[in-house]
Design a protein. Structure first.
Lengths: 288, 634
């Protein structure tokens, strides 16, 4: 059962929610650092201004990759909110990210090249945990389809606490938050300039930014799945999780790629796999 | 039905013809005509394969088994001769051991009643036959162009192209024999022929390295061959009448009798499919000319190994032995993928990726539920097409830029646009949604969750799958970097190469669109006839994947719109004065040019370390399965 109306709602509303989220994020970050911070709507002004800038490129093919990145992020997010197969959603997201990485590679620029390599390391760091999260949801609800997971009356979080913690860890990578903002960062200063996005400018950069908003809304939707049995708890959980991410962002310094990869995999193994193993064992003892 | 014997014999006839023809023009004609006929004949099989269950075709020729035995002895003598010539005593020992066991088996079988051996075809044989007949013969066509250039570039290698093409076609012949044979001693005969062909092809260039690697391949495959004869001997003991020597009866005879031969044959399959600890031979086989690698990796040799294991999956499923064989496959998948990250030689990356995917197929077949067998067959199909395309692309690039190192492929999209796009599609076919390999991995994850102890395999797939993303993407990134200093060198590529490359590229894309049909007409009937149950992807998902594929095919047209981009600037160089061809003033007043190199993460994913770990782990598992099986046998 694919619910098209939710997909359309996502496509229309997600940029607004995502932009607003970015604005709140910046405001809170500023307050944590003792600054006043920009207005909440600042991200929209920024993107609007980017669209008015003159486009310059290193190679025209960058356009193709960035547009594909945006299109596939939107498509896979829409598939998620329409209730599609969770694994297919994850694979489609990987496809979208590969386009971003290829866009960075295509310019043959030193900074975006290193950014691309680091982005790939980030992908292999977080992907196993996300797949394990989907597998965990399947083990509890017996379905990979998001709409079935959504309508399940089981409190997933109680079955999957370890998987949830592991997911929060990789969420930090996905949201491009410090200490795992290796490939590109929201903060102004980074040792590799702007990493993957170094060579994107003007309207092209605006597309990357909008894709990132879409992606963040998808990730929050993923958190919601753990709490879907009770919408109120779900929304509170999303807010708490996001606040936690902002706090982490402002308290840790950037990690190395090796630390990122190792810690993400160890957490996926310790939290995710052990949780699933226990669930697997218990499902033989008590019917889930 | 004449087609089955025709497909077994016709490539052999072409092979002998090629041995006699020395003029290049004639060779071209014979190879192309032969490839065309083999391709058409394999397509014709689509019409004669029964819709349910296998179709048997008795062979009306009495002394064929005796002839095969004679041929096996001649081959053994030939190998002993080569072993003495190159002072490879281990190989001699293995050949003699295998021949002695075989003679013993013949003496047992001669006393028993004789059954009439059949050729047979079912959907699984048909799939393999299509792969051999279409992809295999395309590779032979490609080899025409490749070998001409190869001999020009390597004047030190003696021009033995007649032998080369003889072996290539003979290889196809023995593969057809292998997938059409129901009678295990026949399967073994063709099995040994593929070992022989690969041995001779790997050693083609005659350098010390090639000879050593050829003997490495020979030794490992002979080890598997000995296990195979062991299975024959065991069966000759338990069923003196010889009924169980047919695969079709054996797999339905229950775990009790079939398990021991199944494990022995699976071991032979593991050596042939180059899983750890036997992966070294396939990596070593990279010294051979590229069409040989393409043939070994996609349509022959290693596919024979996984073919036989998938055949015996119904016996292995649900047993401890099957699970351990699955684990050997699973660990091979994980570790070989990880090693591929640290490799910069394109052919070695392809080799490790092949080993990894074969491991995954064996993992599916070892655990062996019907859903996993479905996924395994899908993997075999997709892998064959995409991998042959990639090898042929690398071979083409190698001849134009003089290197098969990925680091030297920077900006291939500028230097060889067409080949680069084909390579891009091939790589996408190996790991990206919605292309084939990913569909099969996805199906495998879903199937493993429900299998016993499946969680281990799900974890292996989750980690191994993301590792593959890394090494493929960085390779893709290299070829699509638009390097400002590159000159276009995409000329003087022979027509034969273009034919093979374009057809394989088209097939890589087409197969993704056609896979629901392939699944419902070929794979599902086979799985249904063996297991009584079958599986498929849900209709919703198929629809979404097709939509994704169309979206992917539309996206490149956006380049037409963006092509008119006027404001092209050089990349950001941290404010240093830089020329348009990326020379900049470095420290100490030295002018340098920008060079960008991929990450290989040697410290984490180094070949030596992981290879040792994989060998130890998988060797231990093989010992374990050996002990368990010995327990069953005694």
């Amino acid at each position: 059962m694919i619910l098209l109306e939710y997909a359309v709602l996502f496509i229309v509303l997600a940029p607004f929610i995502g932009g607003l989220l970015a604005g709140i994020d910046r405001k809170l970050t500023a307050r944590m650092q003792g600054r006043v911070g920009p207005p909440i709507l600042q991200p929209f002004y920024d993107v609007g201004k980017l669209f008015q800038k003159e486009q310059i490129v290193v190679t025209p093919s960058q356009h193709f990759y960035v547009l594909s990145y945006l299109v596939f992020i939107v498509a896979s997010g829409a598939l998620f909110f329409a209730g599609g197969d969770l694994l297919l959603v994850i694979f489609a997201f990987t496809l979208a990210h590969i386009f971003l990485v290829l866009g960075a590679y295509s310019s043959y620029s030193p900074y975006s090249f290193i950014g691309a390599e680091r982005e790939l390391i980030q992908i292999i760091a977080y992907e196993p945990m996300i797949i394990l999260a989907a597998v965990g949801m399947y083990m509890v609800t017996k379905s990979f389809f998001v709409w079935e997971i959504m309508t399940s009356s089981l409190p997933l979080i109680l079955y999957l606490p370890g998987v949830f913690l592991g997911f929060l860890m990789v969420l930090t990578i996905k949201l491009r938050k410090s200490p795992f903002d290796l490939s590109t960062s929201h903060h102004a200063h980074q040792e590799i300039v702007k990493g993957v996005t170094t060579e994107f400018s003007g309207p092209m950069l605006a597309r990357v930014e909008i894709a990132h908003w879409y992606e963040n809304v998808f990730l929050l939707g993923f958190i919601y799945l753990f709490f879907a049995w009770n919408p109120l708890v779900g929304i509170i959980a999303i807010i708490v999780a996001y606040l936690l991410e902002i706090l982490i962002d402002n308290t840790f310094s950037r990690a190395t790629w090796k630390f990122t990869l190792k810690s993400a995999w160890i957490i996926a193994g310790m939290m995710g796999l052990v949780n699933l193993g226990v669930l697997y064992y218990l499902s033989g003892v008590v019917p889930v | 039905m004449i087609t089955l014997p025709f497909l077994v014999l016709f490539p052999a006839v072409i092979a002998i013809l090629l041995l006699l023809v020395s003029a290049d023009a004639w060779r071209r004609l014979v190879v192309k005509a032969g490839a065309l006929i083999i391709g058409i004949a394999s397509l014709y099989l689509l019409f004669i394969t029964p819709e349910t269950g296998p179709g048997f075709f008795p062979v009306e020729f009495d002394s064929i088994s005796e002839l095969m035995f004679l041929a096996e002895m001649v081959i053994a003598a030939f190998l002993v001769y080569l072993g003495i010539k190159y002072k490879k005593y281990l190989a001699i020992f293995l050949v003699v051991a295998q021949a002695a066991l075989l003679v013993y088996y013949e003496s047992l079988a001669a006393t028993g009643t004789h059954i009439v051996p059949n050729l047979f075809i079912d959907q699984f044989s048909l799939i393999l036959a299509l792969i051999i007949g279409i992809i295999g013969s395309l590779i032979c066509v490609y080899a025409l162009g490749y070998m001409a250039t190869y001999q020009e570039h390597h004047p030190e290698v003696r021009d033995r192209r007649r032998t080369f093409f003889f072996l290539m076609f003979f290889f196809l012949s023995s593969m057809f024999g292998l997938v059409f044979s129901d009678f295990l001693p026949w399967v073994f005969f063709f099995w040994e022929l593929t070992t022989l062909c690969s041995f001779l092809l790997i050693g083609y260039s005659g350098t010390g390295e090639a000879i050593n690697n050829a003997f490495l391949a020979l030794n490992m495959n002979l080890l598997g061959g000995i296990a195979f004869v062991g299975a024959l001997l065991y069966l000759a003991f338990v069923s003196p009448g010889g009924e169980l020597l047919n695969i079709s009866t054996l797999i339905h005879s229950g775990h009790m009798v079939a398990l021991v031969p199944a494990v022995l044959i699976a071991f032979a399959g593991i050596t042939k499919a180059a899983l750890m600890p036997f992966s070294a031979w396939l990596v070593g086989a990279m010294v051979a000319p590229t069409p040989v690698s393409a043939l070994l990796h996609s349509s022959t040799m290693v596919k024979a190994g996984v073919y036989i294991i998938v055949r015996f999956a119904p016996v292995l499923t649900g047993t401890m032995e099957g699970l351990i064989i699955g684990l050997i496959g699973g660990f091979t998948f994980l570790l070989a993928s990880a090693i591929a990250i640290s490799q910069s030689n394109a052919k070695k990356v392809l080799a490790y990726s092949t080993i990894a995917n074969l491991g995954l197929i064996v993992a599916c077949a070892g655990v062996g539920t019907y859903k996993l067998v479905w996924a395994a067959i899908l993997l075999i199909i997709f892998h064959a097409i995409a991998k042959s395309l990639l090898f042929l692309c690398v071979g083409t690039v190698e001849h134009r830029i003089g290197s098969k190192d990925i680091e030297d492929m920077t900006g291939l999209i500028v230097r060889m646009p067409h080949v680069a796009v084909m390579m891009f599609i091939g790589i996408a076919g190996m790991f990206l949604a919605p292309f084939g390999m990913l569909i099969s991995k996805w199906a495998a994850i879903e199937a493993f969750i429900e299998a016993q102890f499946g969680l281990i395999f799900v974890a292996i797939l989750a980690f191994g799958g993301s590792i593959t993303v890394f090494f493929w993407s960085k390779w893709m990134g290299k070829i699509i970097s638009v390097c400002p200093v590159a000159a276009k060198v995409e000329n003087r590529i022979p027509q034969e190469k273009w034919i093979a490359l374009s057809l394989l590229t088209a097939m890589t894309v087409f197969i993704c669109l056609a896979f629901p049909l392939i699944s419902s007409y070929l794979i599902e009937p086979f799985v249904l006839s063996v297991y009584g149950a079958t599986t498929r992807l849900s209709q919703d998902n198929v629809t979404i994947m097709v939509m994704m594929l169309f979206l992917l095919m539309i996206m490149p047209f956006s380049l037409l719109w963006f092509r008119k981009e006027k404001n092209i600037v050089p990349p950001y160089m941290a404010g240093r004065p830089a020329t348009p061809d990326l020379h900049f003033l470095g420290s100490m007043g030295v002018t340098r040019q920008v060079t960008l190199g991929n990450y290989y993460l040697e410290e984490v994913f180094g070949e030596k370390r992981l290879f040792m770990a994989g060998t130890a782990l998988c060797f231990g598992l093989i010992l374990l399965v050996g002990t368990l099986t010995a327990g069953v046998a005694l």
